[in-house]
Design a protein around this ligand. Structure first.
Ligand SMILES: [Zn+2]
Ligand SMILES: [Zn+2]
Length: 188
C-alpha cells in the first residue's frame, strides 16, 4: 500500500463562497474513497475505506466560517502487542477563512491554527488542506487494542494477552535476584 505523506492531489472540496448569503447556514457532504498508509509519529495507519466529510458553512461579512466534521476508519498496530486494531476516527474543527488585512494582523491570525488567511474572496474556496488536517489530527497519539493490553514478552516475543511464558522468571536480572528468590518462596 502506498505511503501518503501529504494531502492527495485529487482532494478538492470546493465551496462557491460568492454564492453564500450572509446569515444563512449551508451544508455540504462529501464521501471520498481513501487508500494508503499515513505514517504519523512512527505509527502506520492503513486506510482502505470511505472518508465522510460534513461541512456547515456560513458567511459573516467577508469572513467564511466552516465547521468541518470528518468520519473515517483505519487500522493500526497496537503499540504494545502489535495486533491490528480497527480505529474509528472522528474530528470536528471550526475554521475561519478571512482575507488578509495588515501584515501585523496576518501574523496574529496565522498563529491561530484554525484561522486560514485567504488572499482575496475569489468566489471559490477549497477546503482540501483543512480536511487533510482534520484527518491527521484525528489519528490517536497511542494505539492500544485494550487499555489493559499486556504487550509482548521482551525475551521471547509472546503475546502476553494470549497466555504466559516463563521467560521473566528464567532471565531475571541478577540485581533482582532477591526478588526471584522471593518468587520461588512464594511459589513453594
Ligand atoms: Zn495490544
Ligand atoms: Zn517470554
Amino acid at each position: 500500500m502506498a505511503i501518503i505523506e501529504e494531502k492527495p492531489k485529487e482532494w478538492s472540496f470546493v465551496l462557491h463562497s460568492a454564492q453564500l448569503e450572509s446569515g444563512k447556514i449551508y451544508h455540504y457532504d462529501w464521501c471520498v474513497y481513501f487508500e494508503g498508509v499515513v505514517v504519523y509519529d512512527g505509527v502506520c495507519f492503513e486506510f482502505s475505506n470511505n472518508i465522510e466529510i460534513f461541512v456547515e458553512v456560513q458567511r459573516n461579512k467577508n469572513q467564511i466560517i466552516a465547521d468541518i466534521g470528518l468520519v473515517a476508519r483505519c487500522e493500526a498496530p497496537c503499540s504494545r502487542c502489535l495486533e491490528t486494531v480497527a480505529l474509528d476516527l472522528k474530528q470536528n474543527f471550526r475554521y475561519f477563512y478571512t482575507p488578509c488585512v495588515s501584515e501585523e494582523e496576518r501574523i496574529a491570525i496565522e498563529s491561530d491554527e484554525h484561522v486560514v488567511v485567504i488572499e482575496e474572496d475569489l468566489g471559490l474556496l477549497d477546503l482540501g488542506d483543512q480536511v487533510w488536517e482534520c484527518l491527521v489530527m484525528a489519528l490517536p497519539e497511542k494505539v492500544l487494542c485494550d487499555e489493559a493490553c499486556k504487550g509482548l514478552c521482551p525475551y521471547c516475543g509472546m503475546n502476553l494477552n494470549k497466555g504466559n511464558c516463563d521467560c521473566f522468571k528464567k532471565q531475571v536480572d541478577p540485581r533482582l535476584s532477591p526478588l526471584s528468590k522471593l518468587w520461588k518462596d512464594m511459589e513453594e
